[in-house]
Design a protein around this ligand. Structure first.
Ligand SMILES: *Cc1c(COP(=O)(O)O)cnc(C)c1O
Length: 405
């Protein structure tokens, strides 16, 4: 192990419920009683360990989940939010004020793209989009008012890998925060241990894994998390994207088998990507040696969780991409749906769905083709069967005979 194994660290958590329950009790309360009036005054002044005031600020169930995620990422502290977008927007609004500037990798989740390009400019926050794999471009984009470099550890939908140690150096030299969205690679990449300041997750995806809830998390040092929660000036305290206790309790239970799921997602994705590649289909998977950042990924990743569950195919045209997805759904390989990290394979055409917020000329600039199919490969027990169906359908579409001798 290059670092303390994050899955083992989670396994070691001991949190008893009331009456010795093996799961922590769920706190089904928005507010908390005080035996002494001056104690309430005290807690408005500063946090007191184990004392709760009001559930938008902190509640015990969210604390259990946040603490577990902090342990997973190796950060001092964490906070959970009602969605991944809430985590992203709150971090940006906590760090940036009117007149500030940030630098972001240009391939990213469509919602984040829209936030940076359409929404934050309303508040005087400007963004420069860069090729996150090009350090010179990033360096030359830094301005005196730049506050942050933002990227996805593995980018959506192009699956580019950010060189986190290199970006971290650049951030230290220029007094910037490095904020990394680790949604595609939980357990696999540990951005904080590699030098990021803040790690963000959409818990909606792999971490929860059951596609039954929307949730997010921010992992960072205690000073930053406390600043988000400050009753007078904290962004999450004042914008209020609080997660519900019932949901955080259920996400926490799913977190405990994340390592098994990631391993299976990775194993299945490698089978699909490697197999389709051999048949001459254009495939992008960071576990294939031809991936431009294969070596970087191999050096950065933790052992034993594989290269993740996300595979990108390019079928050339939108018509073929749509046709293929409809065929796969009919044959029960998976669902034609956005999102990721589910037990079934999910597939979508990013250009017209999860990245539709990105204008077409920008999609071209990113290298996105209209024939892309993004797959979140599921937990199939028999992935060979799913692979065989994919091959049959590609064959039926005439996609396997492009190499005539
Ligand atoms: C889904 C996603 C988000 C947004 O998360 P929500 O939970 O849907 O708000 C952010 N980043 C990435 C990479 C995502 O895949």
């Amino acid at each position: 192990m290059k670092h303390n194994d994050p899955a083992t660290a989670i396994q070691d958590i001991l949190n008893f419920g009331e009456f010795g329950g093996v799961n922590p009790s769920i706190t089904d309360s928005s507010t908390y009683t005080f035996l002494a009036a001056d104690r309430m005054e005290e807690i408005f002044d500063h946090e007191i360990e184990g004392c709760y005031l009001y559930s938008r600020h902190w509640n015990p169930s969210n604390r259990y989940l946040a603490d577990a995620l902090a342990i997973m990422e190796g950060t001092e502290s964490a906070q959970v939010t009602g969605s991944g977008m809430a985590a992203i927007s709150n971090v940006m609004m906590q760090i940036c004020s009117a007149g500030d500037h940030l630098i972001a990798g240009k391939t990213m989740y469509g919602g984040t793209y829209a936030l940076l390009n359409n929404y934050l400019p309303r508040f005087g926050v400007e963004t420069t989009l860069v090729d996150i794999t090009n350090p010179d471009e990033i360096k030359s984009s830094i301005r005196p008012n730049t506050k942050m470099i933002y990227c996805e550890a593995m980018s959506n939908p192009l699956l580019e890998i950010a060189d986190i140690p290199e970006l971290s150096k650049l951030c230290i030299e220029n007094n910037l925060k490095l904020v990394v969205d680790n949604t595609f690679t939980p357990l696999i990449i540990s951005p904080y241990k590699l030098g990021a300041d803040i790690v963000i997750h959409s818990l909606t995806k792999f971490i929860n894994g059951s596609s039954d809830t929307v949730a997010g998390a921010i992992c960072a040092d205690k000073e930053f998390i406390d600043s988000l929660m400050d009753v007078n000036s904290g962004t999450t305290m004042l914008l209020g994207p609080v997660m519900d206790s019932m949901r955080s309790a259920s996400v926490l239970k799913n977190l405990h088998n994340l390592h098994l799921r990631m391993r299976q997602h990775s194993r299945n994705a490698l089978t699909i990507a490697g197999g389709l590649k051999k048949l001459g289909i254009r495939v992008r998977y960071c576990g294939l040696q031809e991936h431009p950042q294969y070596e970087l990924m191999t050096n950065m990743m933790n052992d034993n969780f594989g290269y993740g569950g996300m595979v990108l195919l390019d079928l050339g045209t939108k018509k073929d991409a749509y046709d293929f997805m409809e065929r796969l759904q009919k044959r029960k390989v998976g669902y034609l749906a956005v999102s990721l990290g589910f037990y079934k394979t999910l597939f979508s055409a990013p250009g017209s769905s999860t990245s539709s917020e990105v204008p077409e000329d920008q999609q071209d600039a990113m290298g996105m083709s209209e024939g892309l199919v993004r797959m979140s490969v599921g937990l199939d027990n028999d992935i060979e069967r799913s692979f065989k169906i994919m091959v049959e359908e590609l064959d039926a579409m005439g996609k396997l005979h492009t190499h005539t001798t």
